[in-house]
Design a protein around this ligand. Structure first.
Ligand code: LLP
Length: 425
């Protein structure tokens, strides 16, 4: 449905461009895939809501018994408002971070959320607040992977988690303050190659099995997120059956180490939502530069979306499929640079990791055409910003029967100025 030009144009008429188009059927299919993947005794899936925290999506997760991994006090509150249960029986919402910022500590304490500790100082913070309950420990296992270095979260260069060789000190600190370590957690990276994920998760299960004798109160282990999405071939199927076998084996292994059945959790983010959303933008102009001693010339399709909307290409050199809405596949193409409205030369959707332009073979667009920037559901709207005082673009939810709901409107100047104040302090 997401490729139907008439629907995309009619939504553009209704809400303007750019806008985010969520295809409910795709999200539901991905949720069904994860449920299938974790449909075995003792396995539990969470959603790393940082990937796409829209209430509508959190509600879909709640309806499907997908628990939540939250990274801030406000993410926890968003999940609770969307219908996820508070408390630790079971710990439906887990707070995973390396820092308690703003309201996070208070929200965790008031709602009985399981804190997943990424830095030993957080145990001190909890102790100072009088907390004596369960905690989870996020381990940096010394190895990891990611689609770029910034998304590799295991190893000596990663700020995340507690270094695996320092766990004895952490256990001592928690015990001293009357806390029980009920879960071991690691998220070793986001968006690796599939085989790399399998190898590293297997290694992680082995490390947990070695560590578990240090944790007499353990109830669960988490293998984190990181199921990749194939952005270049979004319809490619991933060998999820191999992952399922790995989870079942890993659970047996850690349960044997604990001499009792443990729960094994996973918490993907990207996998659920990446293919479910398209950023739809209008072509406002097509212009040209010509080659000189500084470099090649280029044809620029100027569009009204920029890295304030989808930052992944500008931030990581990430590749997103782009098509000219309504243009047949077989028309001649030419190399086109797709660029946005912002005040930076890097506001380009077609560039590589080294910040160089990477023109895309596209049919030459015309002013007024719509471009569809695909697979924008994960870390898309979630990472959008108000840079240049451009409000965030609206999100539209589309059901398989074609019914559409505006799930967030376009931000206005009033939204942008809402927090400004003149207060003596
Ligand atoms: N669990 C934890 C503790 C995480 O930090 C993350 C992602 C996940 C789970 C989910 O990982 P996923 O399944 O989505 O790969 N902005 C980057 C990705 C940053 C990932 C941050 N943490 C991007 O656009 O690729």
């Amino acid at each position: 449905m997401s490729s139907d030009p008439a629907i995309l144009r009619s939504i553009a008429t209704a809400v303007g461009t750019p806008y985010w188009f969520y295809d409910a059927a795709v999200i539901r299919q991905r949720i069904a895939n994860i449920r299938e993947l974790t449909n075995a005794e003792g396995l539990q899936a969470r959603f790393a809501m940082k990937a796409c925290p829209a209430t509508r999506i959190l509600q879909e997760m709640a309806a499907n018994n997908i628990w939540i991994d939250a990274v801030s006090g406000n993410e926890v509150l968003r999940a609770l408002r969307a219908g996820h249960a508070k408390g630790q029986e079971p710990p439906v919402v887990c707070y995973t971070a390396d820092v308690f910022r703003d309201n996070a500590l208070q929200v965790v304490l008031e709602n009985g959320i399981l804190p997943n500790i990424g830095s030993p100082g957080m145990i001190r913070d909890l102790a100072e607040a009088g907390y004596k309950g369960r905690i989870s420990i996020r381990v940096n296992p010394g190895f990891g992977h990611g689609h770029v270095n910034a998304c590799d979260t295991g190893g000596p260069s990663s700020k995340h988690g507690i270094w695996f060789k320092d766990l004895d000190k952490t256990v001592a600190l928690a015990t001293k303050h009357g806390m029980k370590i009920s879960m071991l957690h690691a998220h070793i990276g986001s968006g690796p190659q599939f085989q790399e994920l399998l190898d590293n998760l297997d290694k992680l299960a082995g490390l947990y099995a070695e560590l578990i004798p240090m944790f007499p109160d353990i109830e669960a282990v988490s293998l984190g997120g990181g199921i990749p999405h194939n952005y270049r071939v979004p319809t490619a199927t991933q060998p999820l059956d191999k992952l399922r076998e790995l989870f079942i084996r890993a659970r047996q292994r850690v349960s044997a180490a604990a001499s009792r059945p443990l729960r094994l959790e996973i918490e993907p983010g990207r996998y659920y939502v990446a293919p479910a959303c398209t950023l739809v933008t209008s072509v406002t102009d097509v212009k040209q530069t010509t080659a000189n001693e500084k470099g090649d010339g280029a044809t620029f399709a100027m569009v009204d979306a920029g890295f304030v909307d989808l930052v992944r290409p500008a931030m990581y050199g990430s590749w997103h499929g782009i098509s000219v809405v309504g243009k047949p596949e077989d028309v001649p193409t030419e190399p086109i640079v797709v660029a946005g409205p912002l005040c930076e030369s890097g506001d380009v959707f077609t560039r590589d990791e080294t910040e160089l332009l990477q023109p895309r073979p596209l049919p030459r667009p015309e002013v007024g055409d719509l471009l569809a920037i695909r697979d924008a559901g994960a870390y898309g709207y979630a990472m959008s910003s108000n840079y240049n005082s451009i409000g965030r673009a609206p999100q539209v939810w589309v059901e398989p029967d074609g019914s559409r709901t505006l799930i967030s409107r376009r931000e206005t100047l009033e939204d942008i100025l809402k927090a400004e104040t003149e207060q003596a302090i």
